[in-house]
Design a protein around this ligand. Structure first.
Ligand code: ADP
Ligand code: MG
Length: 236
């Protein structure tokens, strides 16, 4: 991820002075930090496809054109353990689609579920769901992190039903479908939701170890110095 250098910072402040924007000049560093934290560096350029050999870069690039799937309301499902790069790839695909003219919303599933539950309490669930129709793609990050009570699951599954065959979803999940029965309380509802999600879907399995963990281990080893080699040298 690119961090703001002090040279850039000085230039931004000069420009903001020129533009007579004193309030922004006070706030911009916080805003930039927040943007960094919330994932603005998560692009396809910064995504290392070699770390997930089972994911085809060409296939992902083709998906960023959007027309072959977003026009049909098809889905993209990313599975893999924590740290595998699912959120990064989801954000990167979303951003590339926005750059190609599509309307995309990226949300943490638990946040959206809270909002939809509130809407339902105020008898506005249908219109809240209808409002999401303006997005060609809705990215539900961490779908299996929704707390497991029935009310939360049911708004989530209503959302899935409402977009089915009309508008696309991209979901990321730490657990494979086989585990969803344990994650969500209602078996019949879960099966129906899975059915709808997979009916028209591209599934990318990212079964790799945590990227950060691997990066930390490689860093310790140093570049181009496999551990076996280091051990042999120690003995000699
Ligand atoms: P997940 O959502 O699967 O738990 P993340 O997408 O949050 O994982 O990835 C964890 C961290 O590792 C993030 O900072 C992300 O940018 C980085 N990361 C993961 N996979 C890759 C990759 N293939 N190339 C570059 N960075 C990656
Ligand atoms: Mg994630």
């Amino acid at each position: 991820m690119k961090t703001t250098t002090s040279v850039d910072a000085a230039r931004v402040e000069l420009m903001l002075t020129d533009l007579r924007l004193p309030a922004i000049k006070l706030m911009w560093k916080k805003l930039a930090e927040q943007a960094d934290k919330e994932g603005c560096g998560k692009t396809l350029t910064s995504f290392d496809f070699e770390a997930v050999p089972m994911v085809s870069k060409a296939q992902v690039m083709a998906l960023t054109a959007g027309d072959s799937w977003l026009e049909n309301g098809a889905n993209l499902l990313l599975f893999g353990p924590p740290g595998a790069g699912k959120s990064h790839l989801a954000a990167a695909v979303g951003l590339a689609l926005v750059e190609n003219g599509w309307r995309v919303l990226f949300v943490k599933t638990s946040d959206l579920v809270q909002r939809l539950q509130l809407a339902r309490r105020e008898l506005g669930l249908e219109s809240a769901l209808a409002k999401l129709d303006k997005y060609h793609l809705l990215i539900l990050d961490d779908i299996t992190y929704v707390s497991k009570d029935h009310a939360e699951t049911s708004v989530l599954f209503e959302l899935i039903g409402s977009r089915y065959e009309r508008h696309s979803l991209l979901i990321t999940a730490n657990q494979p479908f086989g585990e969803w029965g344990k994650v969500f309380p209602d078996q019949a509802m879960t099966l129906a939701a899975i059915d709808r999600l997979v009916h028209h879907a591209t599934i990318l399995e990212m079964n790799v170890e945590s990227y950060r963990r691997r990066a930390a281990i490689n860093h310790k080893r140093g570049p181009g110095r496999p551990p076996a080699h280091a051990i042999i040298k120690e003995k000699a």
